[in-house]
Design a binder for this molecule. Structure first.
Ligand code: PAF
Length: 288
């Protein structure tokens, strides 16, 4: 039966802590899905997994300013609070935490004024971190703040943001944060395009071109299965499947656990890609 009781929204830290204390007093297992809103079926799959594993599910909706560069899409990032609330209600989310930037960063958003987390350079200086300077400092900082506010038992992250996932796992391990990180598989549209809030920016024409991303990723796996393990050769062949209008930012292979670059594809290699399609930046990946 569909859930009809509307999911509550809390926008301040003191109040969400009080509510969470009530759940904790009942020994509830708390699952947490951090998001920037504009929820889609990918987020719904994280929530569904959290529902399966936990007694209580909290979703945060916060477009985090500190993870956007000055020329990035912070201002135009899709915001749809009412639609998001409906999705959370349908998915049986217990509470939404949707703070303002001032609630999260009362000292202001300047890195001189608050304590930030800086993931190791080795994990940042590749893939998205290469072009999005400082992005993962913002991600790690806000995720740690959210963990400290929500204090979840388990937190759910999509594998589409593979570098983010590896960095969060490393932070949790290095800083002894008592939370279990649960990676969740990429959810795709029927034509193979990975679900993303930024897909909303694509025109119909660009959307058609975007389908070639998954075709190229799948080709990498097919080549590996057919015996090609040279990264150079596999990338060269797969790249030819990408629509010619795509600007490739990276199309590379790494070890998924360590983010070490590899030149021979093997089990657990991460094939990751970032492209711009008519000005829209999309990322995707596939594990071998
Ligand atoms: O993946 C995202 O949506 C964001 O990077 C996250 C983890 C919610 C932090 O702002």
């Amino acid at each position: 039966m569909e859930n009809t009781l509307e999911t509550g929204i809390i926008d301040n830290i003191a109040e969400i802590r009080q509510e969470i204390k009530k759940f904790r007093d009942k020994n509830a297992i708390i699952g947490f899905v951090p998001t920037m809103g504009a929820l889609h079926v990918g987020h719904e799959s994280l929530i569904a997994k959290a529902r399966q594993d936990c007694d209580i599910v909290i979703v945060s909706i916060f477009v985090n300013p500190t993870q956007f560069g000055p020329k990035e899409d912070f201002d135009k990032y899709p915001r749809q609070p009412e639609e998001d609330r409906k999705i959370c209600t349908k998915q049986g989310v217990n509470l939404i935490f949707a703070p303002s930037p001032e609630e999260m960063y009362p000292q202001g958003m300047c890195y001189n004024d608050f304590t930030a987390i800086v993931p190791p350079k080795f994990y940042q200086d590749k893939l998205c971190g290469k072009s999005r300077i400082g992005h993962f400092n913002g991600v790690a900082t806000v995720v740690l703040k959210l963990f400290n506010i929500i204090n979840p038992d388990k937190a759910y992250f999509g594998q589409k943001d593979a570098q983010q996932l590896v960095i969060i796992k490393k932070m949790v391990q290095d800083l002894n944060i008592p939370v279990q990180i649960v990676p969740c598989p990429i959810v795709r549209e029927p034509d193979g395009l990975a679900c993303s809030s930024r897909n909303k920016y694509l025109s119909e024409e660009s959307r058609k071109k975007a389908v070639s991303i998954y075709k190229a990723l799948k080709k990498m796996k097919e080549l590996y299965i057919s015996g090609v393990d040279s990264v150079f050769r596999a990338i060269e062949e797969s790249e030819s499947l990408l629509h010619r209008d795509l600007e490739i930012e990276y199309f590379e292979v790494y070890d998924f656990e360590t983010l070490m670059p590899v030149d021979k594809i093997k089990q657990n290699s991460l094939v990751a890609i970032a492209v711009k399609i008519d000005g829209v930046r999309l990322i995707d990946n596939l594990t071998i």
